[in-house]
Ligand binder design. Structure first.
Ligand code: FAD
Length: 337
């Protein structure tokens, strides 16, 4: 079946640990695909502290969340892992031949000899609006935290939310869209002071309209809003953009029969394997006695999990330990020397 992607290894999660997993697999000549629910690599490092300094990465006295992820992407580039962004791995099932079949939210199917769950605290997904029947407009009239705003040029849009992302989106669209309204439940914002000041200025100048209230209905062309003084008003729109925050959801991983302990996947500390053979769990998602949720610990876990995977991918072969400093074989793989 051409629609099925066959691979030695599938990594679920492109956070720091998932990325380093690809490096360790690459050194052992195990090819991989990496899936993330987000549109980019980096996990918590990029989503939660991209610009903040980090001081406890071995050999790197100081970098940032974003800087670390860029270094990891550069480090794994020689192994050419295939990235699949904006896709959440939804299902995992054992096949009769022992391989693992996984399906994503976008309908991609993977058939892998080994799986590395590097899902951290879960898939970062936008919080959805709770208005009844609204899900059917997703992608056509309703957009959550859209990356590309050009599609809204010349349109009448309502941006729903009151945080940095909502205000930034409204400001970015002012002048580009035909009309921009920011809809928020109250006239106060949970955002950076300078950003709020810029936003207020744009409202005073008439570049952005401000509507206060709760959305109670959406039919694809009108947003129904309940105002604080108990009125109902309709806002006409071409598109509704919701920026209600992005929060991690462990989601489907809880349904894969891995006997979670407090939302974490138990593993052994020799192979970092779950109760399912060939299914490993590394980084923040796993648990074992003494577990610490630190990047350096995840890197060690990924290293031993990759070695453990050789027993599944290359059964019966004994793989010698080689140093990247001296092994010509590894130099060839890394494309150096
Ligand atoms: P994550 O970074 O959480 O990445 C997991 C990825 O998996 C996410 O991108 C998610 O979208 C994706 N995913 C999950 N489920 C699915 C699915 N079903 N399908 C597709 N994709 C999925 N650690 C340190 O060592 N030093 C520090 O100084 C430090 N500072 C921190 C500061 C803050 C504010 C925070 C919040 C954390 C900090 N940490 C620090 C912890 C560190 O960020 C985590 O240990 C690390 O990010 C874990 O990496 P990970 O790859 O396991 O998971």
């Amino acid at each position: 079946d051409p629609a099925v992607v066959e691979t030695d290894a599938l990594i679920i999660g492109a956070g720091p640990v998932g990325l380093f997993q690809a490096f360790q697999l690459g050194l052992l000549e195990i090819s991989c695909h990496i899936v993330d629910a987000l549109p980019r690599a980096g996990g918590q490092c990029v989503e939660l502290y991209g610009d903040k300094p980090i001081y406890d990465i071995p050999g790197t006295p100081r970098t940032t969340g974003q800087g670390l992820v860029e270094s990891l992407l550069e480090q794994i580039a020689p192994f050419k892992p295939t990235f699949h962004y904006d896709e959440q791995v939804a299902t995992l099932a054992r096949q009769p031949d022992g391989r693992l079949l996984m399906g994503t939210s976008r309908g991609t199917t993977f058939l892998a000899k080994t799986v590395f769950i590097a899902a951290g605290v879960g898939a970062f997904v936008p919080r959805r609006m709770t208005v009844e029947g609204i899900a059917r407009f997703e992608g056509s009239k309703l957009f959550y935290h859209p990356e590309a705003l050009e599609q809204f040029a010349g349109r009448t849009v309502v941006v729903h939310g009151g945080d940095d992302a909502a205000l930034e989106t409204a400001l970015a669209l002012a002048g580009q869209a035909k009309q921009v309204t920011l809809l928020h439940r109250r006239d106060a914002f949970n955002a950076d002071d300078a950003l709020v000041a810029r936003f207020r200025k744009a409202v005073s100048a008439g570049d952005i309209r401000l509507a206060i209230g709760q959305p109670t209905g959406f039919d694809g062309t009108r947003v129904q809003v309940a105002t604080p003084d108990a009125q109902t008003v309709d806002l006409s729109v071409d598109a509704l953009i919701a920026c209600l925050g992005i929060s991690p959801r462990l989601g489907p991983i809880a349904d894969w029969g891995l006997e979670l302990e407090r939302k974490q996947v138990p593993v052994d500390t020799e192979r970092f394997e779950t109760r399912e053979r060939g299914v490993f769990a590394v980084g923040d998602v796993n648990t074992y006695p003494g577990k610490k949720k630190l990047i350096v610990c995840g890197f060690h876990e990924a290293t031993l999990a990759a070695w453990a995977a050789t027993t599944v991918v290359f059964p019966g072969q004994s793989i010698p330990l080689q140093y990247t400093t001296t092994s010509t074989r590894l130099h060839t793989l890394l494309g150096v020397g």
